[in-house]
Design a protein around this ligand. Structure first.
Ligand SMILES: *Cc1c(COP(=O)(O)O)cnc(C)c1O
Length: 381
């Protein structure tokens, strides 16, 4: 039985919600978008601003812009992530400083971050790898000691929690989620910036739509007509259309149910694979929630086969798999720009050589997980 790496199954109500927007005559950002922002903030327990954008990438760009990151600044980013986490730093003309990750959680290593700090460090951009919380307390200690901001790349981690609080509620400068097609909830393309700082929220709102500030104009002119607005900066076109937001609202409503289904797949893998010579991904600490966006296993010194053998066996059985990620220091642009090499990133490099991400998605059935397990057991068991 073939098992894809990822499969999206939308519910009829989700499709109907999108069709409803198409029939309504209002396609761009409007009531659905505003409702999604409200409901997303509520899902995190309230007390935060949520600003919908057309991707996590654009959201991180806006958050860094709001933090005043620019030429001459440095932003510390984990080596083991998708290139979006780093590229947004370059959009603003600032420099990326790559840090190695911790061997267990695969999230940015706070010890490395400390060693990489300079007087130019403006921000740290941790990733909650695969949906497991990064070492947020240790990072916050560094940030407050050196007066730098934390912008969390939460592309993998909704819904999830770390150190007892939901990801998005740790009081960082901003936390940015992704609603890309294969993320834990989706709007096709989309994202959400979350912040508890009203000024940050306001800057992101203005900059996501051309730098238009209606409030500034009204204060100045005492004019409330809709055609009247001011432009306060060369902003971006990063708003989320209502077509997408309508889908997002229904996805949000079942986000926890979908997380539980992924957690059940992870538990099944753990139960059936733990006796094999493989290193399995750690669960969240007691009391915290893992979003289980990824399920990366690692071959060990005791694994009797090479990774390419495991890949071949899965491919022959038509089972999807992936690698998350080729470390950014191995990508031409980043390697050449900063003169990077493997020896600077021993943990990410070692992980990359041994890792393989198994299928995990909310529509996946237990018998599909068992199929993946049986192919692996046949090879290693
Ligand atoms: C998917 C992803 C992004 C980018 O998200 P988009 O919504 O596609 O912009 C950023 N960081 C990580 C770690 C991701 O996996």
């Amino acid at each position: 039985m073939p098992v894809p790496y990822f499969r999206l199954k939308l519910e009829e109500a989700e499709i109907e919600a999108v069709v409803g927007v198409l029939r309504s005559g209002w396609l761009t950002s409007g009531a659905e978008c505003a409702a999604l922002e409200r409901e997303f903030a509520e899902a995190l327990g309230g007390g935060v601003h949520a600003i919908a954008v057309n991707s996590n990438t654009s959201g991180m760009h806006l958050a860094l812009e709001a933090a005043g990151v620019g030429p001459g600044d440095e932003v510390i980013v984990p080596d083991l992530t998708f290139t979006a986490t780093a590229e947004v730093v370059r959009y603003l003309g600032a420099e990326v400083v790559f840090a190695d990750v911790l061997p267990d959680t695969l999230c940015i290593d706070p010890g490395c971050v400390r060693r990489l700090l300079t007087h130019r460090t403006k921000a740290i951009l941790p990733v909650h790898f695969g949906g497991l919380g990064a070492e947020i307390g240790a990072l916050q200690a560094i940030a407050s000691e050196y007066n730098i901001v934390i912008i969390e790349d939460a592309a993998h981690s909704f819904p999830a929690s770390a150190a007892g609080s939901a990801i998005g509620k740790h009081g960082s400068f901003a936390t940015v989620f992704s609603f890309y097609a294969n993320k834990t909830i989706t709007t096709g393309e989309g994202g959400m910036i979350v912040t508890s700082d009203e000024a940050v929220a306001q800057r992101c709102r203005v900059m996501r739509l051309h730098g238009i500030d209606r409030d500034a104009f009204r204060r100045f002119q005492g004019d409330s007509s809709t055609w009247n607005y001011d432009i306060i900066a060369p902003g971006f076109k990063y708003n989320l259309p209502d077509i997408a937001a309508a889908l997002g609202r229904r996805q949000l409503a079942r986000a926890e149910a979908m997380r539980e289904r992924r957690a059940a797949i992870a538990a099944r893998y753990h139960e059936k694979l733990s006796s094999l010579p493989l290193e399995l991904p750690p669960g969240a600490p007691a009391g915290d929630k893992h979003a289980w966006h990824l399920y990366p296993v690692r071959l060990t010194a005791d694994t009797p086969t090479k990774r390419s053998d495991l890949e071949a066996a899965l491919a022959a059985a038509q089972i999807g798999y992936s690698v998350h990620y080729t470390p950014l220091h191995r990508m031409s642009y980043w390697r050449e720009r900063y003169g990077l090499s493997d020896d600077r990133f021993p943990v990410a490099t070692d992980y990359f050589r041994r890792c393989l991400s198994l299928p995990i998605f909310s529509d996946m059935r237990i018998d599909e997980a068992d199929e993946v397990v049986s192919v692996i057991r046949d090879l290693l068991g």
